[in-house]
Design a protein around this ligand. Structure first.
Ligand code: 13P
Length: 231
């Protein structure tokens, strides 16, 4: 049985994250969408509704068979559904049209390991998915492929997708992807940068996993030698 209090809290948290997408500058207007896995399916933002007027009741309850209760769901419900169905390691899908990630996506640029932070998405690149019309199954198929073994990707001539176990983690990653994209665009003004070798990126990714890098001081992880002082 789904706990109604937990669902009400989740709906409020989703509205808060949507508003923070806009206030952090990674999204604007009615672009972008957000979904979270629930016991029976997932909750997703309604289509074409500005986040500053959206309320918790406006979020749409969807099943994996594509049926829904409430308002018309995001036009991108297919990729939200397919990612949540295939990626049992995550619970949140966040999509936005952040400026620099979209700049790279318009050139179909994959982000290489020009900086070690490329590893935050789980690999030595952040891939750019092939273009397909928004809202289509083809776009969902391309996104799933680009996300293979990764927790973020760019969408050709469209935007970016970031995944997380939690809402905070998905928002954090989307902002990191945007920051990295901005750095890459800036770096490219001086020419093609050197790329960190795959062996180094393997070390970076292992280190990030061990330290729960970027997930806050409470997240499980080890800093090797740093440890809490005994009283
Ligand atoms: P929705 O308002 O339907 O979620 O569409 C916004 C969008 O970003 C489409 O890719």
């Amino acid at each position: 049985m789904t706990d109604p209090n937990a669902t009400a809290t989740l709906r409020r948290e989703m509205v808060d994250i949507c508003r923070r997408m806009n206030s952090s500058g990674i999204n604007q207007g009615t672009a972008g969408n957000l979904s979270v896995r629930t016991e029976s399916g997932f909750l997703i933002t309604p289509s074409s509704m500005p986040y500053d007027t959206m309320t918790p009741d406006d979020l749409v309850e969807m099943d994996f068979d594509g049926t829904y209760v409430g308002r018309r769901p995001s036009s991108e419900w297919r990729f939200h559904r397919d990612i949540l169905k295939n990626r049992t390691d995550i619970a949140v899908v966040l999509h936005c049209h952040s400026m620099y990630a979209t700049t790279l996506a318009c050139h179909h640029r994959t982000i290489p390991s020009f900086h070690y932070m490329t590893g935050v998405a789980g690999g030595n690149t952040i891939r750019c998915a092939d273009y397909a019309t928004f809202g289509t199954q083809a776009l969902s198929d391309h996104a799933l492929k680009a996300l293979d073994g990764r927790s973020a990707c760019l969408l050709g001539q469209h935007g970016q997708i970031s995944l997380g176990k939690t809402l905070e983690q998905a928002l954090w990653l989307a902002i990191e992807v945007e920051t990295l994209s901005r750095m890459y665009v800036q770096v490219l003004t001086l020419g093609e940068p050197p790329i960190l070798p795959d062996e180094e990126m393997e070390r970076v990714i292992a280190q990030m996993k061990r330290m729960s890098y970027g997930l806050g001081p409470e997240a499980e992880g080890s800093n090797d030698v740093a440890r809490p002082r005994q009283a």
